[in-house]
Design a protein around this ligand. Structure first.
Ligand SMILES: C[S@@+](CC[C@H](N)C(=O)[O-])C[C@H]1O[C@@H](n2cnc3c(N)ncnc32)[C@H](O)[C@@H]1O
Length: 351
């Protein structure tokens, strides 16, 4: 069957699912990753890159969209011959000039330097991170899609420690912790090769994390970057309602590039326009603080109902606090640097 996404059309297998993590197999296509591809395109438009490698092509949904919707020079790699046939058909369907290669991603990045490499395998990115980091152009970008969320969040603790070397409590901040864990891993791998990274865009949606980083060469930068790895303790960082647990090591600095986020505009042709705008607004809040206070946690601790966000916001404004905002990592989460007592006070106020 043929589906439309963004400005391209794609032949995909009849058996493709419209929801959930997608069915692994030739011509893998996952509709629920459309927002991932949309945000990648919006980012690329503001990043000034000229060459893009879709290293894990499948139907070419990402590569063909990047070509059509950003105008950069695109190469698509796919190592599975059956999936490669989808790439060929979709190239003709879209009158694409993208270069197609039936080739392993690792071989391609060793052969050709790119400005932007997209790493979108099944599951974890750890098998591919080193090759991408070592071979990206200096100052270039790498985007990783990771779906091994049980390992990243700490919900499978031994796997979290084996794979990422970290210990995380898998509590209400699990998805921010998971993203910070992934960035920390990428930073450590970059340091091994005398490189350093700067996170550009980080988000979670249902079954996947997406992290776009910028990579530079340099030992001084690498040493400085390593200072951004450490342990976070929500009891100290956020509020005394949380137990004192050192979580990490995780990335302790910004997870988004606010300058690029401010410049991004969502064009009308994108079907998910309002959802994308909402996502971008929330991403602008993520660097207000490391982690967030979760209204559900306060309610549980005090044995009270959760007040509306409006009531909480009013209380913060009346205390002269204006730097706070909701987070993509929890529907009841609040990013803020000060004013935790005001938030708790709203819970105990007589209604
Ligand atoms: C999750 S799918 C990619 C989905 C695609 N990027 C999209 O947005 O629709 C992973 C694809 O990468 C291919 N693949 C896995 N390992 C690869 C490798 N080392 N080199 C190139 N392709 C690979 C698989 O055959 C599969 O088609």
């Amino acid at each position: 069957m043929i589906v439309s996404e963004g400005l391209v059309q794609l032949y995909i297998p009849e058996s493709s699912q419209s929801k959930g993590p997608g069915k692994i197999g030739a011509g893998f296509y996952n509709r629920s990753q459309q927002i991932n591809r949309d945000l990648t395109i919006l980012f690329i438009r503001k990043s000034g890159v000229r060459t893009f490698l879709d290293g894990f092509g499948s139907t070419g949904a990402r590569g063909f969209r990047v070509e059509r919707e950003t105008g950069v020079e695109v190469t698509v790699c796919e190592k599975n011959p059956e999936s490669y046939r989808y790439l060929e058909r979709n190239s003709i369907l879209n009158r694409s000039s993208a270069i197609l290669k039936m080739k392993d991603f690792q071989d391609e990045v060793r052969d050709v330097p790119y400005d932007f490499i997209d790493v979108d395998p099944y599951g974890s990115v750890v098998r591919y991170a080193d090759d991408a980091i070592r071979n990206i152009r200096n100052g270039g970008y790498i985007a990783f899609t990771a779906t091994d969320l049980s390992a990243l969040t700490g919900s499978a603790p031994s796997k979290t420690f084996r794979r990422y070397g970290s210990r995380l409590p898998n509590d209400s901040t699990r998805h921010e912790a998971g993203i910070r864990n992934l960035i920390a891993y990428l930073a450590k791998r970059a340091a091994v090769f005398d490189r350093y990274i700067e996170p550009q865009m980080s988000f979670w949606k249902s079954h996947f994390y997406r992290v776009i980083i910028r990579v530079f060469k340099g030992t001084t930068g690498s040493d400085a970057m390593l200072k951004n790895l450490g342990f976070l303790n929500k009891n100290v960082e956020v509020s005394e309602i949380y137990p004192s647990v050192d979580e990490g090591p995780v990335w302790t600095e910004c997870i988004n590039n606010q300058d690029i986020l401010q410049k991004i505009e969502v064009p009308d042709y994108l079907e998910n326009k309002s959802q994308l705008e909402r996502f971008l607004e929330l991403m602008k809040n993520e660097d207000i603080s490391r982690y967030f206070i979760d209204l559900r946690d306060i309610g549980k601790k005090l044995g009270t109902d959760i007040p509306s966000f409006n009531k909480v916001f009013e209380s913060l404004y009346s205390a002269g606090i204006s730097k706070f905002g909701r987070t993509e990592f929890s529907v009841t989460g609040l990013k803020m640097q000060e004013g935790y007592e005001q938030v708790i006070e709203v819970f105990t106020r007589k209604r």
